[in-house]
Design a protein around this ligand. Structure first.
Ligand code: IPD
Ligand code: CA
Ligand code: CA
Ligand code: CA
Length: 251
């Protein structure tokens, strides 16, 4: 659909982030919600929003670094882009390479196309509904059998208390793998992990692109109550606690 263009745009945004990483002193500011933002977040935001607006002139773009878009504006949109220009700002600031550029195309509330690009690792995940998922151009599939020890992704910077409590209730053997950004979802899509529970507040742009990759690889992403995680429902807009997993693991 837009494959070649969104991959190009994600790579351009990644290059803008890497220029900041390599050439400039980092300027870290604090947003109203007390989260950090750097000139790399804003540079990637401008690259992506300008390019997406040229690519599909009638599709709205929601980016983390843009204005607040109210639920009433968004609920009737047929298609729109949902973007996290730099997912994993804290990792970026710490000099950890697990940050990504996330771009998703939402149709009727469903992420139907997504790219997650980790520029410092040069890993690019792409997924498209009815087409499939790939890592750096090679097809990937979420695993289809339950392993003896579940490999559980958790947030590197701040796993929530609710998530850790949920994990304590698991009755099967498991190990945790801490990674930043939407790579958590992509690693399940690539067969490197089995499960990613995320309870408590998060933001839709953290999830949508990785969700598109994982769904296209044959995985599952649901709200924590088992219902599909959609992007045209007010409750998920506010607090989309979710669980991402392979089909083999039944909750
Ligand atoms: C953050 C990352 C992180 C998650 C935080 C998010 P940002 O996004 O996705 O993994 O744990 O809740 O805010 O702000 O670095 O794009
Ligand atoms: Ca942020
Ligand atoms: Ca994010
Ligand atoms: Ca971000």
């Amino acid at each position: 659909m837009f494959k070649r263009d969104v991959i190009r745009i994600a790579r351009e945004a990644g290059a803008a982030i890497m220029r900041v990483k390599q050439e400039h002193s980092l300027q870290v500011s604090t947003k109203a919600d007390e989260s950090p933002v750097t000139q790399a977040d804003l540079a990637a935001h401008h690259v992506i929003v300008d390019a997406l607006r040229k690519l599909a002139t009638t599709y709205p773009v929601i980016s983390e670094e843009c204005c607040d878009i109210s639920w009433s504006q968004r609920k009737n949109w047929h298609r729109y882009w949902l973007v996290d220009p730099l997912d994993g700002t804290q990792e970026f600031i710490k000099g950890n390479d697990e940050f990504s550029v996330n771009i998703a195309l939402i149709e009727q509330g469903v992420p139907i196309l997504g790219v997650v690009y980790a520029p410092a690792l040069d890993d690019l995940y792409y997924g498209e509904r009815d087409v499939g998922a790939e890592l750096n151009g090679q097809s990937i599939t979420a695993v289809t059998r339950v392993p003896e020890t579940l490999r559980v992704m958790i947030s590197r910077s701040h796993p929530s208390e609710e998530t850790l409590t949920w994990l304590e209730q698991l009755t099967v053997p498991y190990e945790t793998i801490a990674v930043g950004s939407a790579l958590k979802l992509c690693w399940i899509a690539a067969g490197k992990a089995d499960l990613y529970p995320r309870l408590g507040p998060t933001s839709e742009w953290d999830i949508a692109a990785g969700q598109a990759v994982l769904l296209s690889a044959g995985g599952v992403v649901n709200k924590i109550n088992g219902e599909p995680l959609r992007y045209n429902q007010k409750e998920s807009f506010l607090n989309p606690s979710f669980i991402a997993k392979t089909r083999a693991y039944v909750i």
